[in-house]
Design a protein around this ligand. Structure first.
Ligand code: CP
Length: 321
């Protein structure tokens, strides 16, 4: 990998993504047990909550022979108005890599701009642990999970329906953007399904359309979850915020449409036999997905969560020298 940071999958080639997935699978199977992070110290700078990302990165660092220190932005001098520039410059003097979760809504800085500032000034690899635009680590885990379920190449032929689901909370566009990017680079068969007005960022859609032409995959869009579920092999639900509506407008519209945007057993009745349910979690049962689906035999959400550990080990091993 020539890229020093892991911020946005649009900066990677399909070959680089395939290499990461192969390394992750080798690490998971025990074929590769190398201690890539011996004596390395990583920082996890988070300004918002996390269960999976935080814990899986700490476990990943430990399993590779290193250490990851959790650093809540609220506990740093950032909370006393120290600048991000000084924070990034100083942290880079102590640490071998910095893993960052920041959203625009955070009081500590704007998500992507903050990550880019760290990438420019810290002098060490920066990993995006979720900002407003991308969640690349999550999507690498999703790809590994689909590979395991359907086969290392066959998963690309499967119909993956990525659907918006109702949630009381407003969420980042990170997962749909990163999946659209990776899926288009790798030649997957993707359908993005969402209510009118919840379009993804046109820059990501444009990139994906260009890549899918080259990779031989398919990229479809739908506003009807029942129709999109016909013949699906994967139904993956995630809430994301709208780029068109204000927060108040969004709350009102969401309540009106919530019944249409909850994945239920009815959707699996029209999906292909053996279809699976994916969800990056956290998810509230009965909001974007029925409990029978999330807890049912088609659900592979805990495999997906586990794979965060394995892909992040591969990402760190590749990035941190
Ligand atoms: N999927 C995910 O990123 O989970 P956390 O918010 O718990 O880290």
């Amino acid at each position: 990998m020539t890229t020093q940071h892991f911020l946005d999958l649009r900066n990677f080639s399909s070959q680089q993504l395939e290499q990461l997935l192969t390394l992750a699978a080798d690490m998971k199977s025990g074929k590769n047990r190398e201690k890539y992070l011996q004596d390395k110290t990583l920082g996890l700078l988070f300004s918002v909550a996390s269960t999976r990302t935080r814990i899986s990165f700490q476990a990943a660092a430990r399993q590779l022979g290193g250490h990851a220190e959790f650093l809540s932005a609220a506990d740093l001098q950032l909370s006393n108005h120290e600048s991000l520039l000084d924070t990034a410059s100083v942290m880079g003097r102590y640490l071998d890599a910095i893993i960052i979760r920041m959203y625009d809504m955070s009081r500590y800085g704007e998500g992507r701009k903050s990550l880019q500032l760290f990438a420019e000034h810290a002098g060490v690899p920066i990993v995006n642990a979720l900002d407003d635009q991308d969640h690349p680590c999550q999507v690498m885990a999703d790809l590994l999970t689909m590979q395991e379920k359907f086969g290392a190449q066959d998963y690309k032929k499967k119909k993956v329906v990525f659907t918006w689901g109702f949630s009381e909370r407003q969420k980042s566009l990170g997962v749909p953007h990163s999946l659209m990017t990776a899926g288009s680079l790798l030649g997957m068969n993707l359908t993005f399904c969402y209510p009118e007005g919840w379009d993804l960022d046109p820059q990501y859609v444009e990139f994906a359309k260009e890549q899918i032409e080259k990779s031989g995959g398919t990229l479809n869009f739908s506003h009807d979850l029942m129709e999109a579920s016909q013949g699906a092999d994967v139904i993956y639900m995630k809430n994301w915020k709208s780029l068109r509506f204000s927060k108040d407008e969004e709350q009102k519209i969401k309540q009106e449409i919530r019944a249409d945007w909850c994945v239920s057993p009815r959707h699996f009745e029209v999906a292909n036999p053996g279809a699976v349910y994916m969800d990056c979690l956290p998810t509230v049962r009965g909001e974007g997905v029925a409990a029978e689906v999330l807890d049912g035999p088609q659900s592979i959400v805990y495999d997906e969560a586990e794979n965060r550990l394995h892909v992040q080990k591969a990402i760190l091993a590749t990035l941190v020298k």
